[in-house]
Design a protein around this ligand. Structure first.
Ligand code: 57R
Ligand code: CO
Length: 426
């Protein structure tokens, strides 16, 4: 049984109602309106509480979750994430008519409205909720990856570049922090003492929900996970319009490094990994131009209205620095790739497959395999060498060290900050 010490409380917490909806089912019992509209019901003799009838046509999600979300949100309106007001000199935005109007205009644009990222986030919450229960030591990394990806494809109702997996399912183990997913033939099996980073991406109309959590199956590294979760929440709290990236990095590092872990009687300080970062996310582009480092720095760049950020932090009991290590699995076509003349015909045909199935969305070798591509490594390496595709090898700290990650996607909307991937789990 996966022991994630930071999991949601055992009893089912009341669902987070960001828009203050009343979740008492009093008004729903007999279908009468709730809240103010139910005013006419005050003063009437209190009705005997009857068990609310299950609405016959209300579909129920399967277990594992595989029923597309449009069946549950027929009007295409997906739940808002956690709303936080901006601080100090941006608080005026909450009630600004001009800013509310700007958001109304955004909501009218099917390509840019917030329902795309919110659908991706709802898929993310359902997939990770099942993954946290299902993943157990003894499973192969391949089985874990494919179970998560089957869930994403089904729930998001995969449809070419319109909706699908946002990037390869990150399953980095122990001293490896990021950019590992199994390639074909990988025989690694999850062990009881492992610390597994699960980094899941879901995209709808190119809007990528990038959120990650860490699983452990015994308590040794609980404090490491606690440190990183707290540091990520510090980053989310400090983020906002006009916030300076360097200051956020300093706040993240301060939280992270206020923790220590006792391992085999030895006290190890938790270090923020200095060469990993959070980042802006653009449509079909997972890593934008702004990076949020995890250590104090002098970057005066400000966060801006309209930015989508992946706020992610990584903690380590090792050097606090990652290097590229091991076989590469992650690739992505470069956003402004040059139009080079490819002399290798196999590279030309592989590029066609990449353009058709991924565009600039990151992919991994397993996704080429499932499309029927084979013997493609030479061609793929040629595309990398020609500067058409970027390769992202696994990023690892020192062998024997342990790393953890937590991550959310936030929207810097004109009126408020929305932690769109927030759930009752993290
Ligand atoms: O979150 C090719 C992917 N991402 C998948 C996800 O930060 C990402 O490297 C990128 O497949 C590519 C980083 N920062 C330096 C530039 C300072 C990493 C942290 C891990 C990860 C996977 C990430 C990073 N950058 N973009 C998303
Ligand atoms: Co990520």
């Amino acid at each position: 049984m996966a022991v994630d010490p930071l999991a949601a409380p055992t009893e089912d917490p009341a669902p987070a109602h960001v828009n203050g909806e009343d979740d008492n089912d009093e008004g729903e019992e007999d279908g009468a309106p709730e809240g103010a509209a139910a005013g006419w019901r005050e003063g009437k003799k209190k009705k005997k509480k009857k068990k609310p009838k299950k609405k016959a046509n209300k579909p129920e999600q399967s277990d594992p979750p595989r029923i597309g979300l449009s069946k549950f949100f027929p009007d295409g309106t997906y739940p808002e994430g956690q709303i936080e007001e901006y601080k100090d000199d941006n608080r005026w935005r909450t009630t600004s008519e001009e800013k509310r109007y700007e958001e109304k205009m955004i909501m009218q644009d099917p390509e840019a409205n917030y329902n795309n990222i919110r659908k991706a986030a709802e898929v993310h919450r359902l997939v990770r909720k099942h993954a946290k229960k299902y993943i157990k030591p003894g499973m192969t990394m391949t089985h874990i990856a494919e179970t998560i990806e089957d869930g994403i494809r089904a729930l998001v109702e995969e449809n070419g570049l319109e909706a699908g997996i946002g990037f390869p399912t990150g399953l980095s183990l122990n001293h490896c922090a990021a950019h590992y997913t199994p390639n074909a033939g990988d025989t690694i099996v999850l062990k009881q003492g492992d610390v597994l980073k699960v980094d899941i991406g879901v995209q709808v109309k190119g809007r990528i929900c990038d959120s990650a959590f860490t699983l452990n199956f015994e308590p040794t590294y609980d404090k490491l996970l606690e440190a990183v979760k707290a540091a990520t929440n510090t980053g989310i709290r400090e983020a906002g319009i006009d916030a300076r990236l360097g200051e956020i990095g300093g706040a993240i590092q301060e939280t992270m490094e206020s923790y220590e872990v006792e391992v085999n009687g030895k006290i190890l300080p938790v270090k923020a990994i200095e060469n990993l970062s959070g980042h802006t996310i653009h449509p079909y582009q997972i890593h934008g131009r702004k990076s949020v480092l995890l250590v104090k720095n002098n970057d005066q760049t400000k966060m801006e209205e309209g930015d989508y950020f992946a706020i992610e932090t990584f903690g380590s009991t090792g050097r606090g620095k990652v290097v590229e290590q091991g076989e590469c699995s992650h690739y992505a076509k470069i956003w402004d790739a040059p139009n080079v003349q490819l002399r290798l015909t196999t590279a030309q045909s592989l590029l066609k497959t990449i353009n058709k199935n991924f565009g600039t969305i990151p992919f991994c070798r397993r996704y080429l395999d499932r499309l029927g591509e084979s013997r493609y490594l030479l061609a793929l390496n040629h595309l990398v060498q020609q500067g058409v595709v970027n390769s992202y090898p696994p990023l690892c700290d020192a062998p024997g060290s342990m790393t953890a990650q937590f991550e959310h996607t936030i929207l810097l909307r004109p009126t408020v900050k929305e932690v769109v991937s927030r759930g009752d789990d993290y």
